[in-house]
Design a protein around this ligand. Sequence first.
Ligand SMILES: *Cc1c(COP(=O)(O)O)cnc(C)c1O
Length: 393
Amino acid sequence: MKFSVNDKGYYGNFGGAYIPEMLYPNVEELRENYLEIIASTDFNNEFEHLLKTYVGRPTPLYYAERLSQKYKTKIYLKREDLCHTGAHKVNNTIGQILLARRLGKSKIIAETGAGQHGVATATVCALMGMECVVYMGEIDMARQKPNVERMKILGAKVRPATSGSKTLKDATNEAMRHWINNPTDTHYIIGSVVGPHPYPDMVARFQSVISTEMKDQLQEVEGRNSPDHIIACVGGGSNAAGAFYHFLQDESVNLIAAEAAGLGISSGKSAATTTLGKSGVLHGSKTILMQTEDGQVVEPYSISAGLDYPGIGPIHAHLFESGRAEFFGITDEEAMIAGVELSKLEGIIPAVETAHALAVFGNRQFSENEVVVVNLSGRGDKDLETYIKWGNY
Ligand SMILES: *Cc1c(COP(=O)(O)O)cnc(C)c1O
């Protein structure tokens, strides 16, 4: 079975480009050019240089001794939390802005939910001196004020989406509309392995630097270039796709995805897409999403803003359907306990998204000499208020 994208943009039954006709020229321009640009020496030199000198790559692969003792297995943490801006998202925004420049674009737009992708986009626009407009739901702007201010300090314009539920879905619609009206000078930076082909594949390629480094680092410390298990949290799925990327075809590596089960799978307040969802079209691709009987998207819930998404990227829908990856639904409570546990055992306060991946250890056994890599997608600074509200530490 093949787990990379085919030339029509599908992963098994999922993917494709389900877009309004008006958007077709923009997406087609990207599809025709992205592989050639990404493969060019000039692009690679600049991408690698910025990842090294600006983002701070390679990120360490850290052996977590006290966590390993507790769970009686060998646990390594891939430290994406040490990237500039505090998470893996910047790997993708750097890649896309370099690609946008090579397509002759001078302006950038993005959508953002909690603001993390908006901040990563505003950051690279400042770096490149490019105009940046970020669409954000009006309600999200009120909920995530510090990120709105961060984007403004970085020079971006933040435009409120005032229709519908005034959240991520509406911000995405506004960004699409903007792109349709400005096709020649503007590139739309999508923040995860979602959206119409070629976005999921393009974003996965930019994030694949995570597993490229992991292979070299494991070779050095373990004398082999693959682990037994890789665990990552899945919102849209970009950090997981990057951590899995070079191991997708190697079935000796077990892939484990942690989704947000919120207050519980059957509570009605959850974002456990694979358990609760059905096949359908979301944000331009065929995937698995949470929907009602008549196909209305169900409003998701999670304590972590980054996992609060009603779908998953098409690559993960395929990994789920084919059985290639194991999926766990992790509740808010399990995640918060795991986040506090990592803080106390290793001196690392993880993002609440990342804490969902760590909570897999409470749900599944690993044997003593197995090597388990957790992709530590982000740091917890942004979540201090969530930890304080939770209180059990
Ligand atoms: C945004 C975010 C996620 C979720 O996004 P993916 O595309 O699923 O990786 C996970 N962890 C952190 C720290 C994030 O900021």
